[in-house]
Write a protein that binds this ligand. Sequence first.
Ligand SMILES: N=C(N)NCCCC[C@H](N)C(=O)O
Ligand SMILES: O=C(O)CCC(=O)C(=O)O
Ligand SMILES: [Fe+2]
Length: 335
Amino acid sequence: MGSDFKTIPIIDVSPLVAKIDDPKSTTSDDLLEVVRQLDKACKEAGFFYVKGHGVPDSLIREVREISRSFFALPAEEKLKIKMTTKSGYRGYQKVGVNITKGKPDMHEAIDYYRPILPGQYGDLASPLEGNNLWYAYWPKTPFNFKEVMEDYLFLVKDLSRKIMRGIALALGAPIDAFEGDCAGDPFWVFRLMCYPVLTDIPESERTDTGIGAHTDYGLLSLVNQDDEIQALEVQNRSGVWIYAVPIPGTFVCNIGDMLKVWTNGIYEPTVHRVINKTPFYRVSVGFFYESNFDACIQPVECCKQKTGGVAKYDNIVYGEHLVKKVQNNFVKGRY
Ligand SMILES: N=C(N)NCCCC[C@H](N)C(=O)O
Ligand SMILES: O=C(O)CCC(=O)C(=O)O
Ligand SMILES: [Fe+2]
């Protein structure tokens, strides 16, 4: 429902990571304490930091460092993996190409989506069909760009699956509620982002925001942000913007639009934005754990019962929501 939160909670998920897949341990006190904290965080802030997640700190840093070295390349190099409609909106986009509510965002990024086979979801997914673009041209680029990112993807995907098991318990739903038809074959989005120093951008192209205010589209987002650069802001119910101050070694997690529908509004995604006012390039890496691409998400019975018995939201096919969002993020002919 949102609240007047002033800080974003930090949750040590180590008991959850260790025990959530073991049917004998899912009632242990330390695991249930994590579940309570997830419930509180999802109700009050819609955002939380996770620590004790088991993803090696060295890998978390390496992913950011590889991204930083890519963004430091000359423009013509970066444009070798340019995002186009032919690549299924996968690839590099320069500063100002992505827009939020019609206004250019002051970040550059590489977008990756879970691979989709031609025709896999019929017309629904065809705009996103195409190949992920892994940079492999520059002699000095980390030659293991793709391998490192794939190791990371494997781990954050599994961590997200486990957190979603915890969220299922928090909602009083079966532990595997976000598996099977809902998210047993989860779609994912992976974004490497860089927010330049604003004054480095020509004034004629400059706006005042790195990413305009928005909610995320799916179930759960995990953001790996640069240490020491304060730029991600989260809006509480009174409209006050609270910084998600970097905490080294943590992920900043937040819930997305699909969870709002599924829970009939018990959990609502929180609006957030990025403004880099610092004199440093800021790198962040977002991993978005989503439902099955073709899942039709609807308020579930156990959540409806707790919220007056009637569905507050229409059913929504996740893939349709995503495609609509992606197509609105880019102005035809401007990339
Ligand atoms: N998959 C995610 N969350 N991508 C980031 C979305 C940033 C805002 C976007 N331009 C919009 O207007 O939605
Ligand atoms: O860069 C960040 O810290 C967050 C980016 C974000 O909100 C997004 O990609 O959805
Ligand atoms: Fe976001």
